[in-house]
Design a protein around this ligand. Structure first.
Ligand code: FNR
Length: 343
């Protein structure tokens, strides 16, 4: 399909399915076990109705999209989540994602298990001031960790995203059916004690990715994180884990001060402007998008840029129709948090 014929983020999966071979497509599309979390991530946004306000001046909404993430300026409150193996969609792999992110001025978090190296990705930055946050998996070997951290620091990365939701391999039935291997790592030794040790091994902030309860959100704050990311790994690790919206709501109900104490990011199933708005309404600072960017890469950098433009546009028009004149002022009152399954 022609890139111009695609109208929204979900269309990129449909288009990529036609362009990619089955095993590559399956690796991206995959979820754990019965894929309940994968589907819930997508479906949960529809269970909470918006509460649009009318007769509000929304004429400047577009100018309120830019935000800061850990103090760095970006044009929108969404970013590219770390996903392994971009080379399955395009020979230039992650280079298209880093260039697209530069063109759209959004944050990109390259995955460690990328097709291109940390250095190759950094060398493709659109300009020297482009900000990247590097995702990592670690081994138990401190020497290897130190080497990896110094490579990451040398590329100018501004933060380290430490994936904490992968204590073991994801149990991925779909991938096994198609004979597709797993690239995401497994370990079981990652603890808050280790987090402190790691923090002393680098000057960069280490941001845990994969917080799924208010209990761990509290512990993250107590352990001095500057930010953390709510995520269930796109439903690829442990099936029947909650979506980011459900976790953000749990934090909002039980420990709302957390959203003011540290920056909270969230990803999983975000496909529409209104999805972004619901997460921001709870106090999430920025929202990650994974698969749509991976699929968009079948069109190379143009596809990546198109996803950014589409989502920016949807966030702006949805905020306008919601009666939010300034995105910074969105709050929980714009959503009915009583969940319903009936339409
Ligand atoms: C991922 N994700 C991921 N996360 C991570 O921390 N390290 C990794 O190496 C990967 N690899 C990876 C590969 C692929 C193909 C996908 C689809 C996802 C998870 C990713 O960062 C993010 O949490 C989810 O993709 C968000 O959900 P959506 O937007 O894909 O629904």
């Amino acid at each position: 399909p022609d890139l111009d014929s695609l109208v929204g983020l979900p269309d990129f999966e449909w288009a990529a399915r036609r362009k990619m071979n089955t095993s590559s497509y399956t690796y991206y599309r995959n979820g754990a076990a019965g894929e309940w979390s994968y589907r819930n991530n997508l479906e949960v946004f529809q269970r909470f109705r918006l509460r649009p306000r009318v007769m509000v001046d929304i004429t400047n909404i577009e100018s309120t999209l830019p935000t800061t993430i850990l103090g760095h300026d970006f044009s929108a409150p969404f970013f590219i989540s770390p996903c392994a193996r971009a080379g399955y969609a395009h020979p230039d792999a992650e280079l298209n994602l880093v260039k697209g992110a530069a063109a759209g001025n959004i944050l990109y978090m390259p995955a460690l298990y990328a097709t291109k190296s940390v250095e190759e990705i950094a060398a493709a930055k659109g300009n020297s001031s482009q900000v990247l946050f590097q995702q990592v998996y670690l081994t138990e070997n401190d020497t290897e960790t130190l080497q990896l951290f110094s490579r990451i620091e040398a590329t100018g990365s501004k933060a380290i995203i430490l994936t904490v939701d992968s204590a073991a391999d994801g149990n991925r039935h779909r991938a096994k059916r198609y004979g597709v291997g797993s690239a995401d790592s497994s370990y079981s030794y990652l603890t808050w004690n280790l987090y402190h040790k790691l923090s002393n091994m680098t000057s960069l902030p280490i941001i845990p990715k994969g917080i799924q309860t208010v209990d761990d959100a509290r512990l993250a704050v107590q352990n001095g994180v500057k930010a953390f990311m709510i995520s269930n790994h796109g439903g690829r690790q442990l099936d029947t884990t909650p979506s980011s919206l459900e976790v953000a709501l749990e934090i909002h109900n039980e420990a709302p001060e957390i959203f003011k104490q540290v920056e909270v990011y969230a990803d999983g199933g975000v496909r529409y402007g209104a999805d972004v708005l619901k997460l921001l309404a709870l106090g999430v600072r920025a929202v990650g998008v994974g698969r749509p960017f991976m699929f968009s890469n079948v069109y190379g950098v143009d596809g990546v840029k198109r996803v950014i433009e589409m989502l920016k546009h949807e966030v702006a028009i949805d905020a306008a129709n919601l009666g939010v004149g300034d995105l910074k002022k969105i709050g929980p009152q714009y959503v009915n948090w009583k969940s319903t399954n009936v339409w």
